[in-house]
Design a protein around this ligand. Structure first.
Ligand code: MD3
Ligand code: FE
Length: 225
């Protein structure tokens, strides 16, 4: 059971969560002007590669987030073919917008990886969107970190271990925060429990009706060389 059972303690050892190695949170990495510039790049990219709502493999159940990508490869999913990386948008058949220089610079600064990222998944969370606990398995370059940028409304992010159903810890991610998932943390369960609607003014109603949160995740997909 654990927790709040012994006088003078708020937790016992059965509540302990050991942070997986290689996890780094860089709070406030991007200032407001840089956040705005990144959102402008997302808006521009979405003109040639519009946000769409991907579907789960087999069931065809739509995800609660809308997506697009930057870079030579983009993560996609649909009922028939499931999770994979593709060079072109599933609906327009056109290539994704190029990876922005700001994101390449961030990758070089924090990833400690000797090759460029190939994909940047752009997730748009509406105020009611969530992302269930999962592990990202679709990249061949298993030794490369994932680098994430949070923009817009705050979110409660949850990190677990390598097995489903183990202990987890949650933290609130705010606009401008960067998370680096390297080492063991790269193969850990994680998800987004909730968005805090109206906690940021970054996403304009014009381009993001209802507001919400944008999360950018850069990934190396193929093994370099
Ligand atoms: C921990 N995105 O796109 S970002 C995803 O906020 C994804 O949109 C979440 O999970 C979001 O796959 C979380 C932080 C993140 C990304 C990848 C990870 C955390 C991770 C991979 C392994 C462990
Ligand atoms: Fe993920």
């Amino acid at each position: 059971m654990g927790g709040a059972t012994r006088p003078g303690y708020i937790a016992d050892m059965s509540d302990a969560f050991t942070m997986p190695g290689g996890f780094r949170l860089l709070p406030g990495y991007f200032d407001r002007a840089a956040q705005q510039a990144l959102i402008d790049l997302v808006v521009t990219a979405s003109r040639s590669a519009p946000f769409w709502r991907p579907a789960m493999p087999r069931t065809g159940q739509p995800l609660s987030v809308q997506m697009t990508n930057f870079g030579p490869l983009g993560w996609v999913t649909d009922k028939a073919k499931g999770y994979r990386y593709e060079a072109c948008h599933p609906e327009t058949g056109q290539p994704w917008a190029p990876m922005p220089d700001t994101l390449l610079t961030l990758w070089r600064e924090v990833s400690d990886y000797p090759a460029e990222p190939e994909a940047c998944l752009v997730n748009w969370y509406a105020p009611t969107s969530k992302m269930g606990m999962h592990i990202d398995w679709d990249e061949e370059a298993t030794d490369a970190a994932v680098v994430s940028v949070s923009l817009g409304d705050k979110a409660r992010f949850r990190l677990g271990g390598p097995k489903r159903g183990g202990k987890t810890a949650s933290m609130v991610l705010s606009s401008g925060d960067v998370v680096v998932l390297g080492g063991a943390s790269r193969r850990c369960y994680h998800g987004v429990d909730r968005i805090y609607p109206g906690s940021s003014t970054l996403l304009s109603d014009e381009h993001f009706p209802g507001g919400g949160r944008i999360n950018l995740t850069m990934r190396r997909v193929t093994i370099p060389g």
